[in-house]
Write a protein that binds this ligand. Structure first.
Ligand SMILES: [Zn+2]
Length: 440
């Protein structure tokens, strides 16, 4: 079931405010019906006809309600760099298509003489927004209702005691677009914001007939070009990146100036960093197209990127017993996301050849069980956005400590080294003595 919500406006406005909804682009143009068939307005005849004939405000010339809604629709639709479009079905030739003069029923419309008695005394106009959908937050339709019992003057007529119908229509189509007020009652307000169509009150005389810059800014905020910068997503990248400015259709970027955050810039979004790190990429842009955004819209947007060089693996081997070694990963991990895979392979002998003696291990620092008393070669391979690299070490479990021979991609020094071999040799000598005694 749809819910009916009377517009409640944010009271803290100092420039344009929004009402929390927009019309989706796929629903353009927004149709706004008006039941004015060109007959002189008469509320009783209008009601008797089911809201189809004689429904224009009776203090206005026949047909002028339809023309006034068309004029207000054009005021907002013609603004540049905005995708909002209103369309007013022709009430004077087809009031059925144009929607009846009633608050009930589907479709957005402007209605006169408040047939359901909704508008408070003294209030010229209200807008009802109808929301629905699964989440009750999808705008379905709006109904602008003009008060009964108030005298309205026709568009362009000299100021008198009657209410300016065109000025109220202009203002309420701004609300229908999703805009609140440039300033609300009692707020400090810059003079130019008082000139806006969306100023909180519509003056009896001398209301603006054109959109002010603040009205246009608000409209472009809701319906103008959207530009987002994509440098490959949020995950870390290799040192060479490609950034693209994505602009909502049908707009296109006509100018881009990138700053890559490392002191270099350019009009293209491709760049190769010299060092890994986290950088802020910013782009100044101009977007436009040939029709709806001829005067262009400009802005700046930025995104943070982490770029990675190839990993530099380093590790040590802690021989804990003749059958157990702990592989100790000493690789520097300065930047999150630059290493996303670590795998270990262990071969028998002093080179990384032949079949591995254990299944390849993943994990940062695996504990390894090995057959007793042999020489092994371990390879650590690290992979990340910047590439893949490996380090190799040869060690022996027979003496309980490790040696290393450095290796590809390894700038490391292994534990034990020469001292470990001395200790291993001493153990062998000690184990040999009983044999010699038996021989003697
Ligand atoms: Zn208002």
């Amino acid at each position: 079931m749809p819910t009916l919500i009377v517009l409640a406006l944010n009271p803290s406005a100092h420039a344009f405010e929004t009402l929390g909804y927009t019309w989706p682009i796929e629903r353009m143009p927004v149709e706004l019906g008006v039941a004015d068939d060109g007959q002189p307005g008469n509320p009783a005849d209008c009601a008797a006809s089911g809201g189809l004939t004689a429904c224009c405000e009776e203090t206005l010339p026949a047909g002028s309600c339809y023309e006034a809604v068309q004029s207000a629709a054009a005021l907002w639709s013609d603004a540049t760099c905005s995708l909002l479009e209103f369309e007013v079905p022709d009430g004077t030739s087809n009031p059925v298509l144009a929607a009846p003069n009633t608050t009930s029923g589907p479709g957005s419309r402007v209605i006169f003489n408040d047939p359901d008695g909704i508008v408070e005394a003294g209030v010229p106009t209200i807008t009802l927004s109808v929301f629905g959908g699964d989440e009750f937050d999808e705008l379905e339709q709006v109904v602008v209702i003009f008060n009964d019992g108030m005298a309205f003057r026709q568009p362009g007529a000299p100021c008198d005691d009657a209410v300016d119908l065109q000025a109220h229509l202009n203002h309420h189509l701004g609300h229908i677009s999703g805009l609140g007020h440039s300033c609300d009652e009692g707020e400090p307000c810059e003079p130019e914001l008082k000139e806006a169509v969306m100023y909180w009150t519509v003056p009896d005389c001398g209301a603006p007939t054109e959109l002010a810059q603040d009205d246009i800014d608000g409209l472009r905020f809701l319906y103008g070009p959207r530009a987002t910068l994509d440098c490959g997503g949020e995950s870390a990248q290799a040192l060479d990146i490609t950034c693209t400015l994505q602009v909502t259709e049908p707009y296109v970027a006509t100018q881009t100036d990138f700053d890559f955050g490392d002191g270099s810039d350019g009009t293209s979004g491709t760049h190769t960093y010299a060092e890994q790190g986290t950088y802020t990429v910013a782009v100044e842009y101009v977007v436009g197209d040939d029709e709806s955004c001829v005067d262009g819209a400009s802005g700046t947007t930025s995104v943070e990127v982490t770029v990675c060089a190839a990993p530099e693996p380093r590790f040590e081997v802690d021989v804990q017993s003749s059958t157990q070694v702990q592989l100790l990963n000493e690789t520097a991990v300065d930047l999150p996301g630059c290493i996303n895979d670590a795998s270990w392979t262990v071969f028998e002998g002093d080179s990384a050849t032949g079949d591995p003696v254990v299944e390849p291990l993943t994990g940062w620092e695996p504990l390894l069980q090995l057959p007793e008393g042999a020489t092994y070669t371990a390879v650590l391979e690290l992979a990340g956005p910047g590439g893949t690299a490996s380090a190799t070490q040869t060690f022996s479990t027979s003496g309980g400590s490790a040696s290393n021979n450095g290796g590809e991609g390894c700038g490391c020094s292994g534990s034990g080294g020469a001292a470990g071999w001395v200790w291993a040799l001493g153990l062998a000598v000690a184990m040999g003595r009983p044999a010699r005694r038996r021989r003697s």
